[in-house]
Every structure is written in structure tokens, then in C-alpha cells.
Design a protein around this ligand. Sequence first.
Ligand SMILES: Nc1ncnc2c1ncn2[C@@H]1O[C@H](COP(=O)(O)OP(=O)(O)OP(=O)(O)O)[C@@H](O)[C@H]1O
Length: 500
Amino acid sequence: MVGIYMPPECSKRMAGSDQGKTDQSTLGEEKTRSEKAEDEAEVASENVASNSESISDAVYAGENSQRTIQDMLDEEGGTSVFANRDLVEPDTIIDEERIVGRDEQLESVVSFLKPTLQGNRPPNMLLYGPAGTGKSLIIGAVTQQIIELCKSKDEHFGVVAINCQPINTLDQAVYELVQTVAKNMGAEVGVPETGVSTKRKYRRLYELINKNYDSVIFILDEIDLLIGRRANDEPAYSKLLYQLSRASNTDEIEGRVSVAALTNDPKFMENIDGRAESSFNPRDVYFPDYDANQLRQILKNRRDAFQPNALEEDVIPLVAAFAAQSHGDARKAIDLFRGAGDLANERGDEEVLEEHVRESQEEIDKDRSLKLVEGLTTQKKISLYATAAVARYSKRTGSSVPSPVGFKVYQWVTDELDADQMTRETYVKYVKELSTYGLISTSRKSRGRGGGMYMEFTFTEDPTAIMDRIVKGTRLETTDGQEELLQSVVNAQLDEFHEM
Ligand SMILES: Nc1ncnc2c1ncn2[C@@H]1O[C@H](COP(=O)(O)OP(=O)(O)OP(=O)(O)O)[C@@H](O)[C@H]1O
């Protein structure tokens, strides 16, 4: 094992992390090793008569390893095009002056949340618009300032933010909220993740909030993805919004409560239960796409992520143009900006060039949709897996998938896994949703007179690659080795469908 010297500033940056601990011990080992080398050299020097050769070996070994470390440090630190890579990380909270083109949204959110500072309850909010248009950024920036202002008045304003995308059920969402509050204030979570009722988790959530906050805002990112398990139930997001937004009316939370729900779905409120709609009753803030000029400005404002002369002139306009083509998503622009820099670094180039941008974009295009697959909920993964299986194993010409066949295969897979089973409507809804990720396209088909309508799914990405990506690390791995069986199920279902 090679001991790596850590300059003091590196160990400081890593302080507190596990990585820091490992490196500390590595550093300890290095010290022992060099002490050992010194000792050996000393012993050797005492034994002058027979060991002059050993002395030079020991010294040579020491010099040699020193040179290697030096080389390694030079390699790692010397040629980076970045001056502050954090600035082009998507989760970095940026200063207000770097925010571009969101004046209207900032003003709305500020005016809605201002009552908090006057001791009043702010309204609930629905922040909606396409991905990467600054919803989290704006609500995060405003609530951060309110936390500071409240602190100066010795008031406790709590921000409880969760992302609903990886959460499957209402129970998990409530547990996530408890965990977030507990973490914010360094308290015990106080309830187990499983084995207790959702009610008890709510109680713990309210208890923690009542103990610590005068007012609180819940920020529920990607709320529309919190659907829950059972298709015929009221969606989990609807129940959560209902419960949280009425918690102060029912005195479960003593202070002031508001809820901000963030979504890409412009029709989100149409799916919400009437009861939840009237208690949530939000003020809307719309976030439109960015155009190429705004994206260019967003990137220019992070220009100092790179060394002063490390960006070729055309890089920012090109990155902005690519991102504008893909729906004006600032996250994509920032990812591409960073990716081009990383590529330049990997190649040891001192300047980020147009070609780095183009190549990074190609890589992103190839991998983007497949990466999205990994973040889907289990039910969506199974739905997509079954649909992809039809396209992959069909012996018919053309690989489009009639939804009734996809659903039958979905049922077969859920039976095999002993997993929950959704209705056909929910299955179709999930698969249709995936068309927004560019994985498939959908069209409505008629079965002729009196035969009714059905959806047809056509894959725009390779179904085999999609299946491989879905299976990794999930229960679906157990279906590996059952290809032949799956293939026969698919074709039997297709035959049945086409004979009808
Ligand atoms: N107006 C802006 N000015 C500067 N940076 C921005 C702006 N809008 C977005 N960004 C940056 O783009 C990235 C994505 O923004 P954000 O997470 O706020 O988008 P979002 O609308 O919440 O996306 P999603 O719907 O996918 O959650 C972040 O790194 C953010 O800092």
C-alpha cells in the first residue's frame, strides 16, 4: 500500500468525514513507514563494515518513494482547468447575485413568505415548471434568508425539505420528514422506520416541530412522483398535502405551517383529491424554460469555476445552445459545462475547447435516459421492464408494444416477484410518463369497430440496455436466467392479442 501525503489544507477539507479518517490513518502509516526506514538506515550505518550497500539501498528507497509521491501530487494538482469546481456542481447553493432571469418568481415567493417575518402564516405554494428551471433554487434562496432574519429576532423558522422522487409510500414520506427534522436539529429520530403506524410517525414529526420551531415550511420536491402503492387509493401526495396543510388548523402543529410543493407537472392539481385541494389551496408560481441567452448568462455567472484562461471563447455559447435545445434546463447546462471541464482535465488539456463540449454532450445523450431509469420507483421499474421485455423478445416484425400485452407481462413479472400489482390504468400511466424522458413514444390505436382503444408504446432507446439497467441491484435480478420463460410469455401474449 502506498502512503499518500496529504497537504494540511486537504485534511482540513475532509475533516469530520469518513474519508478524512481513512486518510488520517494512511498518513499515520506513512509516518511509521518513514520512521522505520530511518531506523533501518540508522542500524545500517552502525554496521559500517559489511553494510555500505544497504545504506545506499535504504536512502535510495526513501528518495525513490518521495519522488513518486511528488509526481503523483503534480499530476493531480497541476493541470486542472477548474479554479472552483463546486460552482458547477448542481447541488451547490449559489449566492443571490448569480441567479439570472427569475425576478418575477423571486418576487412572488418573497411576497408569499414575507408574512412569516411579521408573525403571520404564509400561504401554501405550488411551484411548477419544467426540470432545471430554478424551482428548488428560488425557494431555497428565499427560505435561507428568512432563516437568517428570523435568527436575528430569536425566532425559530424551520425548513423541512425532502425530494419525493425516490420515496414509494406515504409512510416512507412521513418517516423521511421526521428524519429530516431530526437531522436539522441534531435530535434523535425517535421512531423506527418500520413496524410502527404512519400515525405515530406523524406524531413524532409534530412533536419535534413543536419543540423547536415557531414556524415551519415543508418543501416537497417532485411531489407528483409520490404516488403510493395502490392504484385505487387516493394518491400518497394527496394525503400528505392534506395532512400537512391542515396540521396547524387542527393544532397538531402549534406554530405556523406552510407547504411548498414543487412539480414539473402543470396539471398536478387536477389529480388531487377535493379535500386535499381545499386545505392545500396553493398560490401558484410558474417557472418557464430558459432561453439560450439566459442560459449563457447563468453560465457566465459561474465563469469563475474555471481558471482565468481555461475557457475557449466559444465554450459558453455552445453549452448554452445545447442546453437550450434540450428544453432550456439550467441543470443540463451546468452539467455539460462541468463535463467539458472534466474531459479537458482527463486529457491533460489546459483549456476547455469546443470539442470537449461536443464530446461531453454525446456522452450525456447516450447515458441520460438510461440513468433516469435507475431513479424510478419500483413499480415504474417493473412496468418499464415488462414493456421493454415485449419489445425485446417479440418475434413479430416491428417492436411496438400494445399496452394490453405489456400489462399482461407486467402481471406475470409481479407474480414472479410476489410484488404489489397495479391496475392496468396505472400501468399505462406509468409507461406513458416515461415518454417524457425520451425512452419511448406513445400513440393511441384502435382495434377496429367495437374493439376499443389501446395505447401502443415504441422504444426510442434499446430495450435490452433499458432492461439491463433496470435489473441492476433490484429484486428483478431474480428474473435473470428466466429469459426463455419470459420470451415465451411475451410471444404467447402477443399471439393472443393479435388473434382477438
Ligand atoms: N436562474 C438561475 N440562475 C442560476 N442558476 C440556476 C438558475 N436556475 C437554475 N439554476 C441552477 O440549475 C440547477 C437546477 O436548478 P433547480 O434544482 O432549482 O431546478 P428545478 O426547477 O428545481 O428542477 P427539478 O424540477 O428537476 O427539480 C441548479 O444547479 C441551479 O443552481
